[in-house]
Design a protein around this ligand. Structure first.
Ligand code: SAM
Ligand code: SF4
Length: 332
């Protein structure tokens, strides 16, 4: 391997998360206000060709894993050609999608054919009334059907992410754990993060990793430790179940030491940490016809400046005054 993306703390970055839009067909209460956020004009967002140029440069720096996110990535019309173009890029190994699943069923076959390897579905409640309360839209059944369809189509990786919240969906932890009985999926319980203007997370709904793990043990007393991905700190399997359970310390930030990811916002800014507000402008470089080497320099420089962990990044962002207030602008 020639040049790689590394930082001062010995971390190597081989995973790029790309937001392809800021828009969304849901309005999850912890993510966006009812009226949405100030969406930028399409001309401000990277075009499909610009995204694929970044993919090409990143792959040349040893990035092998790519995830498309948003906003809701399936509302972006060029998502299929973007995925197909990523698949055709030398060096790319894994391509994943994070979606709310509402528009998945119509696109499922084409996504598989374009070379998508994995899908993470976000579903915070399986109960229609509660889903409506949470997302301000209907569709719990649609998302569940999409999850089953993804499994049936044989996507190598299918995961369900839910933000676990006290007094909201913690009573569904047993139902979500039960989904892994028949389905070969990983159900991942994620801590709420402080990224919304309305600060839902301050309203006493926060449920930490330890409490989530305790609730899982109560729901499924026979769970055993299992292996998972780098962001899954606690991974379990119920003996005999087809799928796995995982807990993600998103707020607790205990996995920063092994962080391997670079983030690209829909408007072409590199972020070296989810909790950081510093941005490195790839869009400007792309639009002045910078060479691949110049783009590679911007990527490497952005990650070289990464702080030791998400706590340090948050302190820095707060002292500077946070710029973006919704996860839909960062990509999650
Ligand atoms: N629309 C897609 C979706 O919902 O999967 C992709 C983008 S969404 C911003 C990516 C992930 O971020 C979702 O799983 C969502 O639940 C999560 N997210 C958004 N705001 C969050 C918050 N304040 N705390 C924790 N997770 C959050
Ligand atoms: Fe949309 Fe995803 Fe944010 Fe929900 S979490 S509003 S689905 S971007």
């Amino acid at each position: 391997m020639s040049r790689q993306i590394t930082d001062r703390f010995g971390r190597t970055f081989d995973y790029l998360r790309i937001a392809v839009t800021e828009r969304c067909n849901l309005r999850c209460v912890y993510c966006m206000p009812e009226e949405g956020v100030a969406f930028q004009d399409a001309s401000q967002l990277l075009s499909a060709d610009e995204i694929l140029r970044v993919v090409h440069v990143a792959a040349g720096l040893g990035v092998t894993k790519f995830r498309y996110t948003g906003g809701e990535p399936l509302v972006r019309k060029e998502l299929l050609p973007i995925i197909a173009g990523t698949r055709a890029t030398p060096g790319v190994q894994n391509i994943h999608l994070t979606t709310n699943g509402i528009l998945f069923s119509e696109a499922a076959d084409a996504l598989r054919d374009a070379g998508l390897d994995g899908v993470n579905f976000s579903l915070d409640s399986m109960r229609p009334e509660r889903f409506l309360q949470m997302t301000r839209r209907t569709g719990a059944d649609k998302v569940l059907a999409s999850i089953r369809q993804a499994v049936a189509l044989g996507f190598p990786s299918v995961k369900v992410n839910l933000v676990a919240m006290r007094g909201f969906n913690d009573d569904e932890i047993p139902d979500f754990a039960a989904l892994t009985r028949e389905l070969p999926i990983t159900v991942r319980f994620i801590e709420l993060m402080p990224f919304d203007e309305q600060q839902v997370w301050k309203r006493g709904n926060f449920l930490g990793v330890d409490r989530i793990v305790a609730a899982l043990r109560t729901a499924e007393p026979t769970i055993e430790p299992s292996a998972g991905s780098s962001t899954e700190e606690h991974v379990f399997q119920v003996p005999g179940h087809a799928g796995k359970l995982a807990v993600i310390p998103a707020f607790t930030r205990s996995l920063c030491g092994s962080c391997d990811r670079v983030r690209l916002t829909a408007d072409g800014q590199i972020r070296n940490c989810l909790y950081s507000d510093r941005e490195f402008d790839l869009r400007a470089a792309l639009r002045r016809d910078a060479s691949d080497d110049e783009l590679a320099d911007i990527l490497c420089n952005a990650m070289a400046q990464k702080l030791v962990d998400g706590w340090a990044a948050q302190r820095e962002a707060e002292s500077a005054g946070r710029q973006r207030t919704s996860m839909t602008q960062i990509g999650g």
